[in-house]
Design a protein around this ligand. Structure first.
Ligand code: ZN
Length: 592
């Protein structure tokens, strides 16, 4: 009986501590209407389960809860585990009490079910999570399907490049820590009855969820529920890496590189120090850029650039990032799954040709943006000649210092190609200047967008404003080098347009996509005078492009325009699809 009282005292102390902490954080700001997402029921169900379990244990004359001493040790272990392995433990907003309670619940539950077998899970989990922390700190990337795909497809040389002294040391250390942790766990829990551990797990889980309920719903992040939130993420990363959409990947992988045919670059000899930026944008509707007359000033910087050729009527090939990328970077003219004759790709990535003609390619990707692996692997194939690939941790702006580093290290005359594909304005519209929101109040919660249409629209417009500042920073980083920047968004977005939110409603119905205004996307070309003056062809091509800019253009023009602008001669080039050529034909495919 005494033990039961002590355990209860422990629980009381723990809950009071967490409550005091919440009050101190000022988190008691309930929002109405309150949304009952499925997980929120856990805050009621789990304590009920715990009460039932405690009643059964009492009837069976078993321990109702684990001993107070073991609960204290569990608490210390949970805090230590979060401190060492949870990337989000100390990130603002600081909600450490939720993952600590969820960790304690996970420790108890796994031991209750698997007993000592739980050790196998925790060793693997600890190693993966420490790898994740190291990966994030060093490379700015979490373990996601892209990383898993990279690991699976890595050559020995690639793999060796990551087996640095630090990484090997960390790996060994994580094993030692994992074993120490599991030894401690076994010592603490082996004498505890499974039912008492189950009761404790339900209580801690319920308490964790109850505290999460007190956080305003739009600020609750999946990451608060670490380590439980990590398991599906790690699982899907691997599952996607192994299975999803092999067909698309196979098609793209089977394409012959355009460098297998003879080609010649007529304008550059090398040593000019040109920077060509190819930016595959995310989810920017043309009608949401002030550049195209939108009443809100979403693109204040672009709007003021005189060396800018804007394409106000650009039609995207598909509502899917992956298909759009194929249409832009290869000579495919439409979505490859439509299988239209004459519209399928005959060759691979246009970037290969620039690599073959002396450009060093550097790719700048975003963090994971909830894409399927198909996208991850296709973009890897299309950018496979990159000298280096970067992931931007958090904000897309963090790619700018990475570019500055590349520019500093590269030789002055080295021609460079920067390929950019970050989150941009992808749902749930997270990347905008939070300290100085241009269009407030903005809400990036995409759970029920129509109920907060204005806030979601504000967030979307703010992401475009943020991307405009990204363009400015990149141009500033490139500085005096001759540069040309081609931006094309992959697909649009629906913010109540055509009765839809996001793009999920479209599914695979491509005809419907081209019947909506969501397929008209942002596209422009920006250059500086140093580039224009570098070769007489550049000046003439840019002039011609300006003349053609008011036509209806499409993703199918990107491949040929890049070739035409640089006069890169290859059998795959078609002047009818080159926006810098007087022979160009406007897009005649489906459009709204
Ligand atoms: Zn996309």
């Amino acid at each position: 009986m005494f033990r039961w009282v002590k355990s209860r005292l422990f629980l009381l102390a723990l809950l009071l501590l967490a409550a005091a902490y919440m009050a101190w954080q000022g988190a008691y700001t309930w929002r109405v209407p309150f949304e009952w997402a499925w997980w929120r029921y856990g805050a009621i169900v789990l304590p009920l389960l715990a009460a039932a379990g405690m009643w059964v244990a009492h009837r069976w004359k078993k321990d109702v809860l684990p001993s107070a001493a073991s609960l204290w040790v569990l608490l210390i272990m949970a805090v230590a585990l979060n401190s060492a392995c949870n990337l989000y433990a100390f990130v603002e907003p600081w909600r450490l009490h939720v993952p600590v309670l969820v960790t304690m619940a996970s420790l108890c539950l796994l031991w209750a079910v698997l007993r000592a077998g739980a050790i196998a899970f925790w060793v693997v989990f600890l190693v993966l999570e420490i790898m994740q922390v190291c990966g994030f700190l060093q490379y700015g990337t979490r373990i996601n399907s892209l990383v898993v795909a990279e690991i699976l497809e890595a050559s020995w040389e690639d793999a060796l490049a990551y087996l640095t002294f630090t990484n090997l040391g960390m790996l060994a250390l994580s094993f030692v820590l994992g074993i120490l942790f599991c030894w401690g766990l076994r010592r603490t829990l082996r004498r505890q009855h499974s039912l008492s551990l189950f009761n404790a797990a339900c209580l801690f889980g319920g308490a964790g969820l109850a505290f999460a309920l007190l956080i305003p719903p739009n600020r609750v992040k999946q990451d608060f529920f670490w380590p439980v939130s990590e398991v599906p993420g790690l699982y899907t990363s691997v599952a996607e890496a192994l299975t999803i959409n092999e067909a698309t990947i196979n098609i793209v992988e089977s394409l012959e590189s355009p460098t297998n045919q003879p080609s010649k670059l007529h304008t550059l000899r090398g040593g000019e120090g040109v920077v060509l930026v190819v930016h595959v944008g995310e989810s920017i509707r043309a009608d949401r850029m002030s550049l195209n007359g939108y009443e809100r000033d979403t693109t204040p910087w672009l709007r003021q650039q005189k060396n800018l050729i804007n394409f106000p009527d650009c039609i995207s090939a598909a509502c899917d990032t992956c298909q759009a990328q194929i249409a832009m970077l290869t000579d495919a003219r439409r979505d490859i799954h439509e299988k239209r004759p004459g519209m399928l790709p005959r060759t691979g990535s246009v970037l290969d040709l620039f690599d073959a003609h002396g450009f060093d390619i550097y790719s700048f990707f975003g963090r994971r943006c909830a894409q399927k692996l198909k996208y991850d692997r296709v973009v890897l194939v299309l950018t496979q000649r990159s000298k280096q690939k970067f992931n931007a941790p958090g904000s897309p702006w963090t790619a700018v210092p990475q570019m500055q580093e590349v520019l500093q290290k590269a030789e002055q005359g080295q021609n460079l190609l920067f390929f950019i594909n970050n989150e941009g304005s992808h749902t749930p519209f997270e990347h905008y200047d939070r300290k100085n929101v241009p269009f407030a109040p903005a809400a990036s919660n995409f759970e029920d967008p129509s109920s907060q249409a204005q806030e979601v629209n504000n967030a979307y417009d703010s992401t475009i404003h943020y991307t405009d500042e990204f363009f400015r920073r990149v141009a500033e980083a490139i500085g005096q080098r001759p540069f040309v920047y081609l931006y094309v968004s992959d697909h649009g977005e629906y913010l109540g347009h055509d009765g839809m939110w996001g793009r999920a409603a479209l599914g695979e119905s491509h005809r419907a996509y081209h019947a909506t205004t969501g397929c008209r996307v942002g596209m422009f070309l920006l250059y500086n005078e140093a580039f224009e003056k570098l070769h007489p062809h550049f000046g003439a091509a840019l002039q011609q492009m300006r003349t053609n800019a008011s036509q209806t253009v499409a993703h199918e023009h990107v491949f040929h325009t890049l070739l035409g602008l640089f006069r890169l001669e290859t059998p795959y080039y078609s002047s009818a699809l080159d926006l810098s050529s007087p022979q160009v034909q406007p897009y005649d495919g489906p459009k709204p």
